[in-house]
Design a protein around this ligand. Structure first.
Ligand code: ASP
Ligand code: MG
Length: 457
């Protein structure tokens, strides 16, 4: 069997859903389980209406809810014939009535808890999965809806619930396997599940990839296909560098570094359950379904190029913390990291000297508060408008002179921080945000002018 996951843009309207149906039809022989995201932007809209309701703004909540309803009605109308649509219409109506009541309840209480947030957010995938199932059936597929809340069992950490794998795997095997054996096409919503008490949960933003990976790992998939709206992972951002090329195959670890430092195609942590079972994950383009995409594998194949890709992450702030004499002892780093922990601010790059530490953070509003907190320990300066540039490739520690190759190209550029060796597969440095396009173009030219044909398209 295989898992085919369609992201929000791949089910965003009737055209996209018809395209998805055609793609699935082409693979029926491989026994697909289909996992779908909410239609594009729907989760954001649901969260916005929940928030509005929580703030007592019932009008905004209802207006957003109505526009969502209209979009689902219109899409269903376009996809299903009259008879089917009439039947389906009643089902949609019921869902939206329930959602409306839920929002009223939230507005009446004037408080939005994580638990109710999940209740609202789950509507995106609940609706898209019933709609896609209906559309598939209308297209001649023997599709059947599997309610994810009956098979994906999680803990009760609402909004980022952790799947309980043992229970989940059992239920997937019991409920989904027989459908595949009967030649049917199970369709499930990603992102959602339920705790043991059957209360709806969600597993974190972007969680549908995670759902797909959980399903694939449980059922022993041959591969997992993540259908999205780009041709795969690229050597760099094509908007920065028109020479960017598709990466045909990349290791999980390399893909993880790239995602961390700015490549947005996929959060590799979400495909970990598949990778641990040696199941390859493909990134594919639903608008260009004959493309080969990018294959993410457990181990990286040999590559003649030093690097697989260059990623850049903008909107970075550097925080420089200089120790006063009394803190020079061993407690200094701990005190600093404790402060970051208190403010729940994740750190990307760190470099230290005898008397100071520099760290980078995603720019956000908590930084002044953090700086004030740290100021009681040390001298703190912070500076925004920086960017992290990250080059990713296998076995970088083993390549003599790799740093010279990179920085030799950047002789006239101000480099604020450098980090290499923390993992074997990345070389990372921090620069002024405005220098990013020039840096990426130069490095891409240097390292990707000749390409290993096994690895790059
Ligand atoms: N719809 C959810 C989100 O937007 C999950 C997903 O699409 O992966 O985060
Ligand atoms: Mg996604």
């Amino acid at each position: 069997m295989i898992v085919m996951k369609f992201g929000g843009t791949s089910v965003e309207d009737a055209t996209a859903i018809s395209r998805a149906a055609a793609i699935v039809k082409g693979r029926v022989g491989q026994k697909p389980v289909v996992v779908v995201s909410a239609m594009a932007k729907v989760t954001d809209q649901l969260l916005a209406m929940a928030k509005a309701a929580g703030a007592g703004d019932r009008d905004t909540a209802q207006r957003l809810c109505r526009s969502l309803q209209e979009r689902h009605y219109n899409t269903a109308g376009e996809l299903l014939g009259t008879v089917r649509f009439t039947r389906f219409h009643a089902q949609l109506e019921e869902s939206f009535q329930a959602l409306d009541e839920l929002l009223r309840g939230i507005a009446a209480v004037g408080e939005l808890t994580p638990r109710t947030t999940d209740n609202v957010a789950a509507y995106g995938e609940m609706l898209s999965s019933v709609l896609v199932t209906e559309a598939f059936v209308a297209n001649g597929l023997d599709a059947v809806l599997v309610d994810s809340r009956e098979v994906i069992v999680t803990d009760s950490t609402f909004m980022r619930a952790a799947p309980q794998f043992e229970e989940t795997n059992e239920r997937l095997l019991a409920n989904v396997r027989p459908l595949l054996d009967a030649g049917r096409v199970p369709v499930m919503g990603g992102f959602i599940g339920a705790n043991k008490a059957a209360v709806t949960t969600t597993i974190g933003r972007g969680g549908s990839d995670f759902s797909a990976s959980i399903v694939g790992a449980a059922l022993g998939a041959e591969r997992i296909e993540i259908w999205t709206d780009v041709d795969g992972m690229m050597t760099t951002d094509p908007n920065l560098c028109p020479d960017a090329r598709r990466i045909k195959v990349i290791s999980f670890d390399e893909a993880a570094e790239l995602a961390y430092f700015g490549a947005k195609v996929l959060h590799p942590a979400t495909v970990l359950p598949a990778i641990q079972k040696n199941i390859p994950v493909y990134i594919l383009n639903s608008r260009n379904p004959s493309g080969e995409g990018t294959r993410i594998t457990t181990r990286a194949p040999k590559c003649r190029n030093f690097f697989k890709a260059i990623a850049a992450k903008k909107r970075i702030t550097i925080v420089d913390v200089a120790a006063p004499r009394i803190l020079l002892a061993h407690g200094f780093l701990k005190a600093i990291f404790d402060a970051f922990d208190r403010h729940r601010i994740p750190v990307d790059v760190v470099s230290t000297s005898e008397v100071s530490v520099s760290l980078t953070l995603d720019s956000n509003e908590s930084i002044p508060a953090l700086a004030a907190d740290l100021a009681s320990l040390a001298d703190v300066k912070y500076e925004g408008r920086k960017a992290i540039v990250c080059l990713v490739g296998e076995n970088l520690r083993e390549i003599p002179g790799i740093a010279a190759h990179v920085f030799g190209e950047l002789k006239d550029i101000k480099i604020r921080m450098i980090s290499q060796g923390a993992s074997e597969i990345n070389l990372t440095f921090v620069v002024e945000e405005e220098d990013v396009p020039e840096i990426v173009r130069r490095l891409h030219k240097k390292f990707f002018s000749e390409l290993d044909p096994e690895i790059f398209a």
